[in-house]
Design a protein around this ligand. Structure first.
Ligand code: BG6
Length: 368
C-alpha cells in the first residue's frame, strides 16, 4: 500500500509529477485559462485591485512562492498572510479584493475563519483546495481544485506542489482578464507549467543521493536553509519539513539577510542548505549567493547546494551538490522543493521517527 516504500511520504513525493499534471489538466482550452467552479465573472477578475493569499503551514508557503509570479504577471499587489494573523487583525478589504484561501484539507479552522472574515467584508474569495466539497470551498465564491489525490503523510508534499501550480493558474487567469499579458504569453506560461511534471520526474532521479545525504546528517543538531527570490519560500518549506518530521531545529532565511543575523549562527560542521537561482535566469542574485556560500564555507559550515545542472561556479563551494534541471525561474520551486522533502523524510527515518505520523501534529487542524 505504500508502493513498496518504508513510508507513505516517499510514495507521495514520487506521485508529484502526476499531482501536477492532474492539477493543470483541463485548465487551458481554446487558447484560454479556465478555472473550475468559477463563480467569479471575467468582470469580477478585471475589477480586482489587490490580492491576499491566506493559508497555514505549507499552504502558506505555496502562497509566498506564488506572490512572485502573480505580481509579475498581473501587476497587482499580492499580500500573503498566515490565516491565524489575518483573521485577528483588521485587514483592508473590499469587493475589489480577491482573497485566495489555500488549504489541502479545506477544513483548517483558521483558514475557514479567514474566509468568513473576508466575505463579511465583501471581498471575493477563491478557494484552492484538494478536497472535494470541503467547508472552505463551500463557503467561497469560487474554487480551484488541486488534484493531488488523497494525501496521507501529515507533512504536505504533493499537495504543496499542486497548490503552487493552482496559485499560478489563478495568477494567469487574472493576467488574462486584466490584459496584463497577451494571450500568447499566457499560453506560453501555461505550456511551461505543463512541462514541469517531466522536470519533477527528473529531479526524482536524485532521491537516492539525497537519502544518503540524509543519513549522513541524521546526527546534526540544527540545519539552516538559505534562498532568495522564489528560493526563499523554498528555504522556509525545507526548514518546516525538517521540524515537522525530524524534530530538529531548522530555520529558513532570505540569503540577503545573512549578514543581518543568521551568519552569527554559522559554526563548524553546521549543515547549511542553499537553494541557488539559475546562473542565467537570475545572474545578479546568483553571484550574490555564490559569495554567501563562500563566506559560510569559510566559517567551516557544511554547504549543501541545490543548483542548476551545469552551474560550475558553485561547485568549489559545495560540500554536497544536488543538481536540478534548468527551468524558468518562477517555476524552480516546483523542483527545488523535492530534494528538501526527501532530505527531511530520510533524516527523520534515520533518527527512528514515524515519517507519516510525526508527533504532536495532525493532518488537518480543525480546532484552534
Ligand atoms: C498542518 C499540516 O497541520 O496544516 C501541514 O501538517 C499543512 O502539512 C497545514 O500544510 C495546513 O493544512 P491545510 O489542510 O489547510 O492545507
Amino acid at each position: 500500500e505504500k508502493g513498496g516504500h518504508e513510508y507513505f511520504m516517499l510514495k507521495e513525493i514520487e506521485e508529484q509529477p502526476e499531482a501536477l499534471a492532474n492539477t493543470l489538466r483541463g485548465h487551458f482550452s481554446n487558447g484560454r485559462i479556465v478555472l473550475d467552479e468559477q463563480r467569479l465573472s471575467d468582470q469580477d477578475l478585471r475589477d480586482v485591485d489587490k490580492v491576499f493569499v491566506v493559508a497555514c503551514g505549507s499552504a502558506y508557503h505555496s502562497g509566498l512562492v506564488a506572490k512572485y509570479a502573480i505580481e509579475h504577471w498581473t501587476r497587482l499587489p499580492v499580500e500573503v498572510e498566515l490565516a491565524s494573523e489575518f483573521r485577528y487583525r483588521d485587514p483592508v478589504l473590499d469587493r475589489d479584493t480577491l482573497v485566495v484561501a489555500v488549504s489541502q484539507s479545506g477544513e483548517t479552522a483558521d483558514t475557514l475563519e479567514a474566509v468568513r472574515h473576508a466575505r463579511a467584508q465583501k471581498a471575493r474569495v477563491l478557494a484552492v483546495c484538494n478536497t472535494n466539497g470541503a467547508q472552505i470551498p463551500r463557503e467561497s465564491d469560487a474554487v480551484l481544485y488541486t488534484h493531488a489525490g488523497p494525501e496521507i503523510g501529515v507533512a504536505s508534499t504533493k499537495a504543496f506542489l499542486a497548490q503552487i501550480a493552482a496559485n499560478y493558474l489563478v495568477g494567469l487567469a487574472l493576467a488574462q482578464a486584466r490584459g496584463t499579458k497577451y494571450p500568447d504569453e499566457v499560453a506560453r506560461e501555461f505550456h511551461e507549467l505543463e512541462a514541469m511534471p517531466d522536470a519533477v520526474q527528473r529531479v526524482l532521479g536524485t532521491v537516492e543521493q539525497v537519502k544518503a545525504l540524509g543519513r549522513e546528517l541524521a546526527d546534526s543538531k540544527a540545519v539552516l536553509f538559505l534562498g532568495r527570490h522564489v528560493g526563499y519560500p523554498v528555504a522556509l518549506e525545507g526548514a518546516l519539513k525538517l521540524k515537522e518530521l525530524a524534530y530538529m531545529h531548522a530555520e529558513g532565511f532570505a540569503a540577503g539577510e545573512l549578514k543581518h543575523g543568521p551568519i552569527a549562527l554559522i559554526e563548524e560542521n553546521l549543515p547549511v542548505v542553499v537553494v541557488m537561482p539559475s546562473p542565467k535566469g537570475r545572474a545578479v542574485l546568483h553571484s550574490k549567493l555564490v559569495s554567501n556560500i563562500s563566506e559560510i564555507q569559510a566559517r567551516g559550515a557544511r554547504t549543501i547546494v541545490i543548483a542548476e545542472e551545469g552551474d560550475e561556479t558553485v561547485r568549489p563551494f559545495a560540500d554536497h551538490l544536488i543538481e536540478i534541471p534548468a527551468v524558468p525561474t518562477l517555476l524552480q520551486p516546483l523542483i527545488s522543493t523535492v530534494p528538501l522533502q526527501v532530505l527531511a523524510a530520510e533524516i527523520a527515518r534515520s533518527r527512528g521517527y514515524d515519517v507519516d505520523k510525526p508527533r504532536n501534529l495532525a493532518k488537518s487542524v480543525t480546532v484552534e
